[in-house]
Design a protein around this ligand. Structure first.
Ligand SMILES: Nc1ncnc2c1ncn2[C@@H]1O[C@H](COP(=O)(O)OP(=O)(O)OP(=O)(O)O)[C@@H](O)[C@H]1O
Length: 640
């Protein structure tokens, strides 16, 4: 297969035709890899006819298959543009937590828009920021533009690759905006930006941006895409912290550098860089012609994993090409999809930690520099409004250095939270300025916009970033609430409730959990708890937030103070276990307990010997369990 030479040159590869060794179809070299991804899947190794001139393969090449395939691909890609359908969000099933042992068995709702119907996504669909470092001089593409080029909505492999190559043969810039007006001069250094960044430089990462951007430009860059995604690094040079896992002298680092990627599980708290590390491995693998396929366990099925493995085996046997499969959010696979012990024994578990404050500052500074925001040195008081001149007609943006420190500190080692907090603070500051200008009848005129420590605090509070409704925090907090109530700690119970509601949690989600708690943990120790919980649920339904928060608070405190009993809950679990463990057919219902509405049934002995309790003044001696379970007490035994 003649793909290696021309494919290196994106322009030539568009012109150069190669033949698919599987189906014999001719196509531009640029499309061969994507085509093979599909073709190998359709024709697994055992059934493919790779030999040139194979009759059936030839037929496929000439027949309707390619246009058909194209149509299917197009419809797939348009289907991908549909928003993700919310899944079990409203179902109380799946919010589960096994009460008796405290083990959590929640089948968590999916929150990611599926990258493809099957969940598979290949390298080009990563939001690759083409400029390796946005702050670098002459990098050619600012992050917003890079992100637009690199990610957008999920695309098919063909489209993604075609677009990539189109860009590669284009103007080399890809953003297509600023160059035209001559303003995007990478050689033009704003003295203030340089000075401000240098003043802050000791905190690390203080690469000055080539040019201070005007506020309106910054606003445009920040709109419509999370800054955290835009700033996701694709090289280890821009990956900060995590020195224990991927520092200079670590085994993983040398394996990554030699491209020997072992099977890994990346484990760590939210926003510490797990997906980012995978993204870096992806970028690196691509350079070494290794396929990188991503699935998200939030929407991938076991069959999707099998497909990728099958395809990888074909790639390996036909082209000696390795595949790396990255499964994001692997902990969301349900129990039947996981084989934990077997999986763990085959993988290295890399533990990533919460990012330290210094690393957070570096990450934030990288973003601040890329946005061309000036950092003000608080040790040298200056009035930002008179701080240098700006030739642009738009206001320039400043941020207090202590605002950066505070943001780094409050983000609690979660880089996504920090970057999103920065984004919100900047956008909020810009829109409040706009509103002020509108009210006062001024136009949006040259001036300075300053982001203060308070702005970033507000940015963090107003958003839900410290409480990720769809992610891990959602489950951690509801679990903490449940356990605090079980532990009769009214104080902690209120705290976890408020943390969820203030973070934007759906009050009905909390209310559903309370209904469950009423029976599981309070049970017959106070049967009115269930009525309280259902009333709270309905009350929340009627009045919504914020008014319903006090209903939930009342119910939560009631539950924390209530006596607890798991008697019914565990007895019921014992019955379920008994049914599950039963060997052979289940025992028949004893005849005397059966209803006998017809004569035939009566003749068969249905209802015979049944003692109707109200007819007896003393306790009735009568068996109610099937014969083989006589003597079993589900309230005393755990298993039968
Ligand atoms: N070590 C790091 N160096 C530089 N940037 C980072 C680092 N870690 C995270 N980031 C930034 O934070 C964003 C979120 O990180 P990432 O998606 O890798 O987190 P995660 O650990 O996979 O979180 P989650 O478990 O919530 O999915 C990234 O897009 C990137 O911009």
């Amino acid at each position: 297969m003649e793909v290696s030479g021309p494919e290196d040159d994106p322009f030539l590869s568009q012109l150069h035709q190669v033949q698919c060794p599987v189906c014999q179809q001719m196509m531009p070299a640029a499309h061969i890899n994507s085509h093979l991804d599909r073709c190998l899947l359709l024709h697994p190794a055992g059934h493919a006819e790779p030999a040139a001139g194979s009759h059936r393969a030839g037929e496929r090449a000439k027949g309707p298959s390619p246009p058909g395939a194209k149509r299917r691909r197009l419809s797939e890609s348009s289907a991908l543009k549909q928003p993700a359908t919310p899944t079990a969000a409203e179902s109380s099933e799946g919010e589960g937590e096994e009460g008796d042992d405290g083990g959590e068995t929640e089948s968590r709702e999916s929150y990611d828009a599926p990258p493809t119907p099957s969940g598979a996504r290949l390298i080009p669909d990563f939001p690759v920021a083409r400029s390796s470092s946005p702050g670098r001089k002459g990098s050619g593409k600012r992050p917003a533009a890079a992100a637009a080029a690199g990610s957008a909505s999920p695309r098919s492999w063909d489209e993604a690759e075609a677009q990539e190559e189109e860009e590669a043969v284009g103007d080399g810039d890809g953003d297509g905006d600023a160059d035209a007006d001559g303003e995007d001069d990478p050689g033009h250094w704003d003295a203030d930006a340089a000075e401000a960044a240098t003043a802050f430089g000791a905190s690390g990462g203080g690469r000055p941006h080539p040019r201070a951007l005007a506020a309106e430009e910054i606003r445009q860059m920040l709109q419509g895409k999370p800054l955290a995604d835009t700033m996701r690094p694709d090289t280890l040079q821009d990956y900060f912290g995590q020195s224990k896992a991927v520092g200079q002298d670590t085994l993983l680092r040398s394996l990554l550098e030699t491209n020997e990627i072992p099977s890994l599980i990346l484990w760590g708290p939210p926003g510490c860089g797990k997906t980012t590390l995978a993204h870096i491995i992806a970028s690196n693998s691509k350079k070494h012609s290794i396929r990188f396929v991503t699935l998200s366990a939030t929407n991938a099925k076991t069959n999707d994993v099998r497909d990728v493995i099958k395809q990888a085996q074909n790639e390996k046997s036909f082209f000696k090409r390795k595949t790396i499969l990255f499964i994001d959010e692997i902990h969301r696979f349900n129990k039947s999809q996981q084989v934990n012990a077997a999986l763990l024994s085959r993988c290295r578990v890399i533990v990533l930690e919460k990012l330290p404050v210094e690393a957070m500052v570096t990450i934030l500074m990288r973003a601040i520099n890329s946005l061309g925001i000036h950092v003000l040195d608080s040790s040298r008081p200056t009035d930002p409004l008179s701080h240098s001149s700006n030739s642009s007609s738009e206001p320039a943006m400043f941020i207090e250095d202590k605002a950066v420190d505070t943001l780094a500190y409050l983000s609690d080692g979660d880089a996504r939270a920090g970057l999103n907090g920065l984004q919100l603070a900047v956008l909020a500051r810009l829109s409040s300025r706009k509103m002020f200008c509108k009210k006062s009848g001024q136009s949006y005129s040259p001036s300075r916009v300053l982001i203060t420590e308070n702005d970033v605090k507000e940015g963090l509070q107003r958003s839900h970033i410290l409480y990720d409704r769809a992610g891990e925090e959602h489950y951690n907090c509801i679990s903490a609430l449940h356990k605090s109530m079980r532990g009769s700690d009214q104080n902690a119970s209120l705290y976890w409730l408020a943390r969820m509601l203030e973070g934007g949690e759906d009050p009905l989600y909390v209310a559903r959990r309370l209904v469950r708690f009423a029976s599981e943990d309070i049970g017959l120790a106070d049967p009115s708890a269930l009525t309280q919980a259902v009333a709270a649920y309905q009350g929340c339904h009627f009045i919504g937030m914020p008014e319903c928060e006090v209903l939930l608070a009342q119910c939560v405190v009631y539950f924390a103070r209530a006596p607890k009993s798991i008697e019914v809950y565990s007895a019921y679990n014992n019955v379920k276990a008994c049914l599950r463990n039963h060997q052979g057919p289940l025992p028949p219902v004893p005849l005397h307990l059966r209803n006998a509405p017809t004569r035939l049934m009566k003749d068969l002995g249905y209802g015979k010997g049944y003692k109707y309790n109200p007819m007896y003044s003393e306790p009735v001696d009568q068996e109610y369990l099937p014969e083989e379970l006589r003597g079993v007490d589900f309230f005393k035994q755990r298993r039968c």
